[in-house]
Design a protein around this ligand. Sequence first.
Ligand SMILES: Cc1ncc(COP(=O)(O)O)c(C=O)c1O
Length: 442
Amino acid sequence: MSAQYQFDRAELEAFWMPFTANRQFKSKPRLLAKASGMHYWTPEGRAILDGVAGLWCVNAGHGRKEIAEAVSRQIAEMEYAPPFQMGHPGAFKLANEVVRWLPAGLDHVFFTNSGSESVDTALKIALAYHRVRGEGTRTRLIGRERGYHGVGFGGISVGGMVNNRKFFGAQLPGVDHLPHTHDLAHNAYTRGEPAWGAHLADDLERIVALHDASNIAAVIVEPVAGSTGVLIPPQGYLERLREICTKHGILLIFDEVITGFGRLGTPFAAQRFEVMPDLITMAKGLTNGAVPMGAVAARKEIYDAFMQGPDNAIELFHGYTYSAHPVACAAGIATQEIYQREGLLTRAQDMAGYWADAVHSLKGLPHVIDLRNLGLIGAVELESIAGKPGARAFDAFVRAFEKGILIRVTGDIIALSPPLIIEKSHVDELFGKLAEVLKETP
Ligand SMILES: Cc1ncc(COP(=O)(O)O)c(C=O)c1O
């Protein structure tokens, strides 16, 4: 291990780590120092098979030279260009590349720097859209229990994960939540989309009856809820949400920060479920995780609604210093070229059957109470230890890392979402080692 990776305990203190058990980590750090293909390497040179694409983002696998070269060329040529009232070629090129993957009709792209910013941007576009059309009473936003929409105040307000909300005060007013769709009594061990639960979308009618549609701006959901532990939508559920939104003039936002860029075997989940939302948020796979970047895709009618008034007027008072950052755009363009050339955004279709078999092969191992899968996503739900929620899965996570696989845990659920370049031999290794971990789980 080279000296640059040797820290004493005190040197680990300064970095307040995000979504991390800081004291546990700093007492026994897990460091990653290098990455290529399906693997990370620790500073000691131990290979770690990546079962989660970093954090659901390195869809084309690690160490892609084309991205590194594009980024380095762009920094040398022009490191920054202001995005307000100015442009640079990469921004327009990347917007067109993203539109090529989107469902027909979603053809405008607003750039952000993260999934959280994409969510706040989408919520603001929804509110402003109704206002510019003269329906400014539509201000209420509807999220879902157990939803994760990042960590901005908009995102935690419509989100439904209690720990992400309970410490942070009153949040946005005028928000309601649909019920989540997770129900082990009906759906445990389902392969793919569960048959039970489409009726849960009808709760939207109850909320509309309570507030009146004239006060409701948008509904936001993850097509597959990822960060809460992989909740696969029941068959017909998203279609039903779409129908009710359309009936009442409510915008439907799909938060595709995780499902975008091929995770389910189609470029976006909207295509997989054949449900067309009005806005799509994305981030992560947009640049293969190489440079922070997010985006919101909008239907043409939404963009067009803003294009009114004098030509010199700014149509949407929103944007970031780093919207469409040239270096992020360079990474994004190189990433889209890889996706296109290697057919990665549909590759999950070819692997999904093998993946599903591997996920469900864990049935019967100690403490496993559910297994779920869709595309190249999988989840293992463990029975919680009484009075210690999350402890069992966290222990499995730590032991999995020691065995050479990177998994992700949320509560007592293990989530898996490998790079889309995964081969069958990697699937075998990932689930073989995970099975060993589960067999040894106290
Ligand atoms: C569905 C969804 N929305 C939003 C976000 C937030 O993205 P970021 O962490 O880039 O802000 C995430 C992150 O995992 C996500 O899964």
